[in-house]
Write a protein that binds this ligand. Structure first.
Ligand code: COA
Ligand code: ADP
Length: 584
């Protein structure tokens, strides 16, 4: 049944040129195709003008909240720069107001994703913070925050950081079901689509890190270091208490997330200063997860220590416990975070740091885990935040980057699919071919409606071993590794094409996702990876794909009425390549 079902896509070839092939297809008798283009075209035509409302006013996201603050001496640290703690308070407040605008009720911070600070902000400059809700899930929502600084004298502006926070809506101590967000602009659609993937990562974050730490080869290399500059970790230990007062809390008496983060940054900076005997600069914060609330009257005990010092950066860990005065023995662990500091010289170059000697026991464990976290962080930063044009086509696969490669695989395809400027190039037998051209890439997608259940199509399309049954560009497919339920690595061999003397082979990571919500597509994303077990061989020409795959939408609500055979789904195979094409 699936033979000849779809227009087939070959994958782009690395090296001297790229090939893209579309086969003409025979319409299988058992499949009826209906027109699917009207909806998509209207999406495109509205999207071009959607920034401008009917009355000519600029479109503004209804959940958007802006805050501008002039940085005064009272907001700065010992270096005369805006303290990150103060910035975190402003970020959390802006994001919370945006969340509450959508929810219509009080919201609490559940988490704040990793933040990388690109610029410091000086006294006299203005900080501009913009927050909007990217997506509402059930009781939680993701808020995207952008922070920029502005020098009003020179009119210069800088991006300082981006942040993503999750808020949970609460009314009278119970969680509130949220209404959905309807994204309108391309940027809103992209964020809405990728937010589901980010949420998936967030909810398994703690387990992911635990697994990665357990599997990471950790080095304990103190013996090989120059021990003349070693600082005992114990010398950096900080313990500090804070009493939660009404100004630190919202009107329900819950401590503001931003206030807790600011206190955490304060003790972390003290620990870092004790190692370097200078004024350190905070470069990155790993995810904050607010495990439980604290209220006015609670005492918060904050503890920090330098876990490890590398050549130019150090990791400081902080943990926060809360207790009521009448029950001091009953402490609740409410937050832990890891922060990366550097010490900058007058030219803003990072200085060498002394080594740290950990305490036996927990200290040694944290020392090793900090090394592993650094590797994970660098891999993750490279994969997750790397702009697609800076990514090599194939990325080495290993267990320490699997979660992030899978995220990157799915989100790249979702971002490509959400683009606004796809142009309909041709329409044959009610199958539309769309193209999208930008500086470096030429992308294609097709749209067709097939009378097959979406879940069924998803299962078949996501098993690449079935693909030779319907795609003549796949001669042989071997499952190399079933990484987890949703990710698998395949070795694909394609037949000799055109004048090419050799067949091609590909090592492909296939990642798949079921819809997170009504209206989401099933997604199957494919990208090349390199594996030591499958090096390039003289027998084949190694092909590579950066981003390709399928999005499958359920059409209407016929699913429930006519399951399994009369519930059409809309299939969108997509491929991105560089614009050196030869039609075969
Ligand atoms: N990151 C992001 N979202 C998370 C999360 C995390 N680490 N953990 C849970 N959530 C989300 C869940 O996905 C769920 O959202 P959904 O309904 O849209 O699917 C929602 O939070 C509730 O999850 P649940 O499993 O019911 O968790 P819970 O009962 O532990 O409540 C909090 C979660 C955040 C409300 C709770 O832990 C809490 O009160 N934390 C302290 C909040 C706080 O004081 N913040 C700082 C001051 S405002
Ligand atoms: P873990 O010990 O697994 O790192 P915790 O949540 O217990 O996780 O602590 C987070 C971080 O807080 C630790 O890595 C450490 O840097 C810091 N920390 C924890 N306990 C103390 C303490 N008693 N004194 C100083 N710092 C501490």
């Amino acid at each position: 049944m699936w033979r000849d079902l779809l227009l087939s896509f070959s994958t782009p070839v690395s090296g001297g040129g790229h090939r893209w092939v579309v086969w003409s297809r025979k319409t299988p008798a058992e499949l009826s195709f209906a027109s699917v283009f009207s909806g998509r075209q209207s999406r495109k035509s509205t999207s071009r003008t959607e920034k401008t409302m009917a009355d000519g006013e600029e479109y503004r996201n209804p959940t958007e909240v802006q805050m501008s603050q002039l940085v005064l001496p009272c907001h700065t640290n010992q270096r005369g720069e805006l303290s990150v703690g103060q910035l975190l308070k402003w970020i959390d407040t802006t994001a919370c107001l945006s969340a509450e605008r959508h929810a219509g009720c009080p919201c609490v911070t559940a988490s704040m994703d990793d933040i990388y600070f690109e610029h410091t902000i000086r006294v006299g400059q203005v900080v501009n913070i913009k927050a909007k809700v990217n997506r509402a899930f059930n009781t939680s929502m993701e808020v995207g925050i952008q922070v920029a600084s502005e020098d009003t004298c020179s009119e210069k502006q800088w991006n300082v950081c981006k942040a993503l926070a999750t808020f949970v809506a609460h009314r009278e101590l119970s969680k509130v079901k949220l209404k959905q967000i309807s994204p309108r602009t391309e940027e809103e659609k992209t964020e809405h689509s990728v937010a589901a993937e980010r949420r998936r990562m967030r909810l398994v974050y703690a387990d992911t890190i635990k697994d990665l730490l357990a599997n990471c080869a950790m080095q304990y290399d103190l013996e090989s270091r120059d021990c003349s500059h070693v600082v005992p970790a114990e010398k950096t230990r900080v313990e500090s208490v804070e009493l939660v007062l009404p100004p630190h809390a919202n009107h329900q008496g819950n401590t503001f997330g931003g206030q807790i983060m600011a206190w955490m940054e304060n003790v972390a900076t003290i620990a870092a200063s004790r190692l370097c005997r200078a004024h350190p600069t905070l470069k990155a914060i790993e995810m904050f997860h607010f495990r439980g609330p604290s209220q006015v009257g609670d005492r918060l005990v904050l503890k920090a220590i330098v876990n490890n010092a590398f050549k130019h950066s150090m990791e400081v860990g902080v943990c926060v416990e809360a207790y009521r005065q009448e029950a001091e023995a009953h402490r609740r662990h409410i937050n832990s975070a890891f922060m990366t500091f550097v010490v900058l010289d007058p030219n803003d170059q990072p200085q060498m740091l002394p080594w740290i000697r950990p305490q036996p026991g927990d200290g040694e464990r944290r020392y090793r885990e900090a090394s592993a976290r650094r590797k994970i962080r660098l891999d993750r930063k490279y994969i997750v935040s790397c702009k697609q044009e800076e990514m090599p086509l194939s990325v080495p696969w290993d267990p320490s980057n699997q979660v992030y490669l899978s995220y990157n695989n799915i989100s790249s395809l979702k971002m490509l699919a959400a683009k606004d400027n796809w142009a309909l190039s041709s329409e044959i037998n009610q199958v539309g071919l769309y193209t999208l051209e930008d500086d470096k890439y030429l992308s294609f997608h097709m749209e067709m409606l097939v009378n097959v259940d979406a879940a069924h199509a998803f299962l078949l399309l996501s098993d690449l071993r079935r693909r030779p049954e319907w795609d003549k560009h796949y001669r042989n497919v071997e499952l190399v590794q079933q990484v987890d339920e949703d990710d698998a690595i395949y070795h694909v061999i394609s037949p000799i094409l055109g004048t090419d003397p050799k067949p091609q082979d590909f090592v492909i990571l296939a990642s798949r996702r079921k819809p997170c919500d009504h209206g989401d597509p099933y997604v199957i994303a494919l990208r090349s990876v390199t594996l030591p077990t499958h090096p390039e061989t003289p027998e084949y020409r190694r092909g590579e794909t950066l981003c390709s795959g399928f999005c499958v939408w359920r059409e209407g609500d016929q699913m429930t009425k006519d399951f399994p055979f009369r519930c059409p789904c809309r299939i969108q195979p997509t491929l991105q390549t560089t614009p050196y094409l030869q039609a075969a």
